[in-house]
Design a protein around this ligand. Structure first.
Ligand code: COA
Length: 180
């Protein structure tokens, strides 16, 4: 599995040693409620299962999940992932709350999207953000994504459907954004 580097980040495969940090950060309601398939409360067993699944999915080419770690001290901050569904990659990401609003999600997602287009030869990617989570909408806007509809999407943590904006980006659009 690839390791990717940005100015401030090392993106590497998640490992079982990340389980305590994953459990703490995803266990936060403000993180869990904005994700589609995360239970709340979140236990160490859930994180163990999550890491095991990322290894299995990577082995069959169905998912590429990166631990987002800070280069300067190796601190695990969150995840940024691509999941293959119906022939198209969905981008997803989360960070522990202490790491918000420092540009880390955008920096990580930009690199992972570039990996999707250049290494995985994806022609387009998509991502969803719940209407009450504008920070994620802003990250996707900064990546150059365009609005591509909206629909209710189930949130496991909330236990009900939530209005969700769909954003899309083609390889050409990403190239244009980078050149701009
Ligand atoms: C969404 C999330 C990953 C963003 O991480 P981050 O590292 O703070 O993101 P960045 O710093 O790269 O960018 C955030 C942008 O949103 C903006 N923002 C933050 N809170 C906002 C709010 N309440 N309303 C509008 N914009 C907001 C920031 O100002 C920044 O934009 P700017 O660079 O133009 O100033 C993080 O909040 C998170 O993990 N949330 C919980 C899980 C989640 O929502 N995952 C995404 C599911 S679709």
């Amino acid at each position: 599995m690839a390791r990717l580097e940005t100015e401030r980040l090392l993106l590497r495969p998640p490992e079982f040693r990340d389980v305590p940090a994953i459990t703490t950060w995803i266990g936060d309601w403000d993180v869990a409620k904005n994700l589609a398939s995360v239970p709340h409360p979140y236990r160490e067993d859930d994180a163990q299962g999550f890491v095991a699944r990322t290894i299995e999915k990577h082995a069959v080419g169905e998912g590429y999940c990166f631990a987002v770690t800070r280069k300067q001290d190796g601190v695990f901050m969150g995840n940024c992932a691509l999941q293959l569904k119906d022939g198209q990659f969905e981008l997803g990401y989360w960070l522990g709350k202490p790491f918000w609003r420092q540009g880390y999600a955008t920096e990580a997602a930009k690199k992972v999207v570039s990996f999707a287009f250049h290494n995985l030869k994806a022609t387009s990617i998509w991502a969803g953000w719940y209407h009450d989570n504008p920070a994620s909408g802003r990250v996707l806007q900064k990546l150059g994504c365009r609005h591509d509809g909206a629909e209710p999407r189930f949130s496991l943590a909330r236990g009900h459907e939530v209005y969700c904006h769909r954003m899309a980006l083609t390889r050409e659009e990403f190239g244009r954004k980078k050149a701009a």
